[in-house]
Write a protein that binds this ligand. Structure first.
Ligand SMILES: Cc1ncc(COP(=O)(O)O)c(C=O)c1O
Length: 279
């Protein structure tokens, strides 16, 4: 095992020594939230936006952790390791209760855990395959909750069909990936579903929308029907660790020309530039 230093409950210690009680509500119920924050050349990327989303997730599950941006930075920065692209995984659970009971315990200290890992190199320039699957997750997908069993089962189905990701369909609409947001290009317009409780408000998604605006690229936030998805000339899946992943095959059929699209090339160039200059 990689015995890197991790953060647990106010201490930095080797991964092999980081232990959590079996009565932790994260273990028993998945009662917790998390963040994945990328860092490029030692600089946390879009850090304030990630902490804002973390605070929204914490508020949604009624968990009070009162660290400000500077305090989170002081906790997380020492974890950054050598290398160009890394990500911090930060998880907060409701903590260790005295007994197993779904209801919140009266007095409890949240468990805070964080570690840093390299971002695996994805061969974006080759494009990937995806499948569509029914979205069978819960109704609060805007919360970045550790309770990810539905996402795990969906992604496993994708992997077993040699696909990089599953695109989730709900009531005839394409929503997002099992662990990513969705963009399509249709009639030269970039479209991504609007922010609501059906999707996680991706930080990468937000960066792309901003880059489109700043560079006069037509981009709208509107629902994407399954039919529009199947007609799209380009499909992208976005996340902090995948960045902008072009999908060139969907359900065993080519997307657009079957090659990575020109809009992707333009946006990816802008994105690669942004991640080097903005922290
Ligand atoms: C369900 C889901 N949607 C979207 C995203 C993308 O979010 P971000 O760009 O902040 O990584 C993720 C990230 O893991 C996710 O799990």
């Amino acid at each position: 095992m990689d015995n890197k230093q991790v953060y647990l409950q106010g201490q930095y210690l080797p991964l092999s020594e980081a232990k959590v009680s079996v009565l932790d509500r994260g273990f028993l119920f998945g009662d917790g939230v998390y963040e994945v924050i990328p860092a490029y050349q030692g600089q946390l990327f879009q850090f304030a936006a990630h902490i804002e989303r973390l605070n929204n997730s914490l508020k949604s599950i009624r968990l009070d952790v009162a660290y400000d941006l500077a305090q989170w930075q002081a906790i997380l920065e020492p974890l950054l390791i050598e290398g160009d692209a890394q990500y911090i995984y930060l998880q907060i659970t409701r903590g260790v209760a005295e007994k197993r009971d779904h209801a919140f315990p009266a007095q409890i200290e949240p468990t805070i855990f964080a570690m840093c890992s390299p971002i695996p190199l994805v061969e974006k320039l080759e494009g990937v395959s995806a499948i569509t699957l029914d979205d069978m997750r819960w109704q609060l997908c805007n919360i970045k909750a550790t309770t990810l069993l539905a996402n795990v089962l969906l992604r496993q189905q994708a992997v077993e069909q040699n696909c990089a990701e599953a695109i989730l369909i709900k009531d005839g609409y394409a929503i997002e990936g099992a662990a990513s947001n969705l963009f399509i290009v249709l009639d030269n317009i970039l479209i991504t579903p609007p922010k609501n409780a059906d999707i996680l408000a991706g930080i990468t998604r937000e960066v792309i929308i901003q880059l489109a605006q700043d560079n006069n690229m037509a981009c709208v936030e509107q629902p994407i029907t399954e039919t529009a998805l199947l007609q799209a000339s380009e499909i992208w899946l976005t996340s902090s660790t995948k960045e902008i992943l072009p999908v060139i095959q969907l359900n065993n059929k080519v997307v657009g020309t079957g090659e990575i699209g020109t809009v992707w090339h333009r946006m990816n160039t802008l994105f690669q530039h942004t991640k080097r200059v903005v922290s």
